[in-house]
Design a protein around this ligand. Structure first.
Ligand code: NAD
Length: 296
C-alpha cells in the first residue's frame, strides 16, 4: 500500500523504514531536507509538502514534535487537508495535547477524512525494532482498518477510546516515565554520595520491586555518562506541559508532575534541553555535588 509519512526525526525514520520492510511504498515529507534525503536513499519517494503527500496517499502518518507542528502540517498552508480527499485516513502518531487531537479531527471530519491519534511509547530502540507500544484513539472501525499498518511499526496497538484517548493514555505514560527517572536519580544520588558503587546498587536491586524498565534503560546511560537522545528533555517538558494543562482543564491536580516539571525547567535553563531525559540525574548531581558514575 502507498503510505504518506510526514516527520522523519528520531522516531519517524525507523518507523517509516519498518513500513518499507513490510512491503509498503512510502512517500515522505519533512521540513528538513536532509531527513527526507536519507529516506530516499533507502527507497522512499519524497514530495515537497504535506499537501503533495496527501494528494497521493489514502493513509497519511504524521510523527511531529508537538501540537503546533501537527496543526501546521495538517491544517496549515500546503498541509494535509489541502491535498487529502474524502475517505483518506490520517494517523497522527505524535504525542500532542488530547484536546488538539479533537480539534484537528473535527477539521478532518468536515472533509470526510478519518483521523486516529496513535502516539507511541518505547523510544528509538523500539522504533528501530518495530516493537513500539501504540495507544490509539478514534473510531474503532478505522483502528481495525489500519491495524496491520500499525503492527508493522509496533509490538502492540491498543484501542483506548474516542479521539484524544490515545494522547490521554500517552500523558499517563509520560508522567510515569518522568517520575520514575526522577525517583531513580534521587535514589542513586543518595547511594553514590553515601559511598556505594552505583553499579553494585543497580545489580543488587534491579530484580526486586524497585526494578523497572526505566531503571534498566536509564541507569546504564547515567553511569556511562551517555546523554545522547533518545528522548530529549525538551520533548518531556512539552509532554508534562500537556499533562498539566489537561489536568487543570478537568480539575485534577498533578503535584508530583509539577515537581519534576520544575527540575526539567532547570535542566533546560542550564543548557541540557537537547540531552536525553536520563539527564534528570544531573539535576540531583548538581545539588549533591556527586557524579553517579560506575567505578568499573
Ligand atoms: P524529532 O524532533 O527528532 O523529529 C520531528 C521531525 O518533525 C523533525 O524531523 C522535524 O524536521 C519534523 N517537522 C517539524 N515540523 C514539521 C512540519 N510542519 N512538517 C514536516 N515535518 C516537520 O522528534 P522525535 O523524537 O522523532 O519525536 C516525534 C514525536 O514522537 C514527538 O511527539 C515525541 O514526543 C514522540 N515520541 C518520541 C520518542 C523518542 O524517544 N524520541 C518516544 C515516544 C514518542
Amino acid at each position: 500500500m502507498k503510505i504518506g509519512f510526514i516527520g522523519l526525526g528520531i522516531m519517524g525514520k525507523p518507523m517509516a523504514r519498518n513500513l518499507m520492510k513490510a512491503g509498503h511504498t512510502v512517500i515522505v515529507y519533512d521540513i528538513v531536507k536532509e531527513n527526507t534525503e536519507v529516506m530516499v536513499e533507502e527507497g522512499a519517494s519524497e514530495r515537497n509538502s504535506a499537501r503533495e503527500v496527501a494528494e497521493e496517499c489514502k493513509v497519511i502518518i504524521t510523527v511531529l514534535p508537538n501540537s503546533p507542528h501537527v496543526r501546521a502540517a495538517v491544517m496549515g498552508k500546503n498541509g494535509v487537508l489541502e491535498g487529502a480527499s474524502a475517505g483518506s485516513i490520517l494517523i497522527d502518531m505524535s504525542s500532542i495535547a488530547p484536546q488538539v487531537s479533537k480539534e484537528i479531527s473535527e477539521a478532518c471530519e468536515k472533509q470526510g477524512i478519518e483521523m486516529l491519534d496513535a502516539p507511541v511509547s518505547g523510544g528509538e530502540p523500539k522504533a528501530i525494532d518495530g516493537t513500539l507500544s501504540i495507544m490509539v484513539g478514534g473510531k474503532e472501525e478505522v483502528f481495525k482498518q489500519v491495524y496491520d499498518i500499525l503492527m508493522a511499526m509496533g509490538g502492540s496497538a491498543v484501542y483506548c477510546g474516542e479521539i484524544g484517548a490515545g494522547n490521554t493514555t500517552k500523558l499517563a505514560n509520560q508522567i510515569i516515565v518522568a517520575l520514575n527517572i526522577a525517583a531513580v536519580s534521587e535514589a542513586f544520588m543518595l547511594s553514590t554520595k553515601a559511598g556505594v558503587d552505583p553499579d553494585k546498587v543497580f545489580n543488587a536491586i534491579k530484580g526486586g520491586l524497585a526494578g523497572s524498565t526505566v531503571m534498566n534503560a536509564k541507569i546504564p546511560m547515567i553511569m556511562e555518562r551517555n546523554f545522547k537522545p533518545g528522548f530529549k528533555i525538551d520533548l518531556h517538558i512539552k509532554d508534562l506541559n500537556n499533562a498539566l494543562d489537561t489536568g487543570h482543564e478537568i480539575g485534577v491536580p498533578l503535584p508530583l508532575t509539577a515537581n519534576v516539571m520544575e527540575m526539567l525547567q532547570k535542566l533546560h535553563a542550564d543548557g541540557h534541553g537537547q540531552e536525553d531525559h536520563s539527564a534528570i540525574a544531573k539535576y540531583y548531581e548538581k545539588i549533591a555535588d556527586v557524579c553517579v558514575e560506575s567505578e568499573r
